[in-house]
Design a protein around this ligand. Sequence first.
Ligand code: S0N
Length: 280
Amino acid sequence: MSDSVKWSSVKSYKDIRYEVSGDGIAKITIARPEVRNAFRPQTLFELEDAFRLARDDISVGVVILTGEGPLAFCSGGDQRIRGDDGYIGSDEVARHGVGRLNVLDLQVQIRRLPKPVIAMVAGYAIGGGHVLHLVCDLTIAADNARFGQTGPRVGSFDGGYGAGLLARTIGLKRAKEIWFLCRQYDAQQAYEWGLVNAVVPLEKLEEETIKWAHEMLELSPIALRMLKASFNAADEGLAGVQQLAGDATMLFYMSEEAQEGRDAYVQKRRPDFSKFPRRP
Ligand code: S0N
């Protein structure tokens, strides 16, 4: 497989682009470069829709999340439309004058998506944008990437994955430093801390990310799916067990043993499980 791609658009949106490579990769791009790819509720609804499309498309094996242009991956919530109780969108909830906190749903969706998600980061990954790269499975950073949280400066915080998963990823002291001081860190520092998987020259960013995607596309999709669920399970409590157990159910459905139970029910006879070993 070649490591350059001709992307085809699948569906048009206002704030994002959703494209596929034709050989197993979906690319989701936050396209609001005028605000360093900050997200508003509209952006998040569209991202949720695109991730659902990527999940349900059986020809897609790896998803890339990125931001438009070289200056930013994402700068978090759009502060210009932040109301007094959350972000104000154009949806039904906002029409009643009530804000929303919906980036958390997107974070969960990325973690539960049963395919590897790679954050492809050029420029700033800041605030809620930093948490978005964090919840992706892998991060490939351009050499101009800059990482940080701004919450205590702008009056917000993410005490869920933004704090807990960050501490799991780079250690508690460093995670507290990032949140308590609101400094920015360059790509090399992020790499040394284990916050990103690789740093490459900006002009090689997409080529390198696609190379990583192609390597994963050569591997077993179910093994990757089970590994992703396994890495996340302990942190997710019963929801993590549910996802792993759901995968076990999917695999069991594929077995003759489970199919005997289904067939017996449909044929109105007693199931005969006698030929299936009671495995040690
Ligand atoms: C990204 C930064 C560092 C880039 O600096 P640079 O390159 O100097 O550019 P600027 O001149 O600052 O920016 C260019 C234009 O873009 C606008 N802009 C940038 N970021 C935003 C933004 N986040 N919102 C709105 N506009 C933005 C600038 O204003 C400028 O516009 P013009 O040219 O018109 O002046 C720098 O821009 C920066 O620091 N940005 C702000 C980063 C930030 O504080 N983000 C918000 C952090 N908070 C969150 O993300 C909330 C997370 C969240 O959603 C959440 C968390 C937990 C629980 C629930 C929720 C939830 O609400 O769902």
